[in-house]
Design a protein around this ligand. Sequence first.
Ligand code: SDX
Length: 374
Amino acid sequence: MSDEIKKGLLGIVVDETTISQVMPDINSLTYRGYAVQDLCEKCTFEEVAFLVLNGDLPNKKELSKFKKEIEVNRNISINLREIVKHMPKKAHPMDVARTIVSVLGLEDKQTTDNSPKANMKKTIRIFAKTPTAIAAFFRARKGKKIIPPKKGLSFSENFFYMCFGKVPSKDIVKAFDVSLILYAEHSFNVSTFTARTITSSLSDIHGAITGAIASLKGPLHGGANEEVMHMMNKIKTPEKAHKWINNALDKKEVVMGFGHRVYKRGDSRVPTMEKYFRKVSNAKHDKKFVKIYDIVKNVMIEKKNIHPNVDYPTGPTYHLMGFDTDFFTPIFVISRITGWSAHVMEQHTANKLIRPLSKYTGSDHRKVLLLSQR
Ligand code: SDX
């Protein structure tokens, strides 16, 4: 048993997985063996969600059954809608998101059943209902009427419809769908490992996903897409970008949307997301953010050899789509529920309680003195 400390479990392999493979040397990410770049161009998010959860791409019949199952589960209870409506308006949407999943757990009749069949059923309910509840808060905190899901719309179309009351152009919907495909799964990232750790004590999937959402909120993880937008808003104009980023680097600041624990020569998802970011920027006739994006990216690579990660292009894309900045990471949630759930179910198939060791560096052992003697 080695007592060498690997802080942050850096470089430590703790288990096997069949769900996805990150290969930084060849800049590759595959879900169940399929390259994400290929999936983005040839599939919808629903097809990829089915793939991540079931292990293979659906045929027409399987896809139609899967979409029907999601559609019939999209509505949330009156109770949950009232809870969302009465959430503090200033609550962070990520805190609302984890509360939503907790309430879904309280309402779910199969909460204590960890069988594969029950976990898949619970996954579908969480996957279908969480976007509805998040969109409800998006509107309720603005004092707007909550819009229920609409039959016949895709996962992405429905999210726009429930947030804005209308579905944007096909190009915008496709870009959103691509972002959800790219966000769906990424092996043992900190929120997924959190979900697996919670599952390893045989706790339930709602608890595992609640914990994963709490982890994803952090700015070093999913919260980075929100921080990228805050950074761009601080920079304000392309003319100020070069000075701003050099100043930040001189002050040794951490630049959000850059760097990655596994990818050291660029995140394999960035080229695809960047392509759709540019498409959305053209469709919206707004070039400002693309210009800031390119200046900051070039300085980071030239000066620090630190490359963008997926959160860097996604942040400004969601801004151009009209989403409030603090809703960017909840969008990451509605996609990553697929990856988290697949890992919870995989953890159950060959579970071992996750319990690492620690090296003690505290006080020497000593005798307790009575209070009167202290
Ligand atoms: C996601 O794991 C996943 O797969 C996550 C994810 C997924 O799909 O689930 O890919 C999603 O979380 C992407 C990452 C989003 N986070 C950010 O954009 C936050 C900014 N990035 C950094 O905090 C950092 O890059 C981490 C936390 C992401 C990774 O850092 P590591 O692997 O712990 O490495 P490190 O922080 O020790 O950095 C190594 C060096 C340091 O310099 P030195 O102290 O050695 O001189 O690189 C520097 C760091 O200062 N560095 C940065 C930097 N990232 C690394 N310097 C400035 N800005 C940065 N963004």
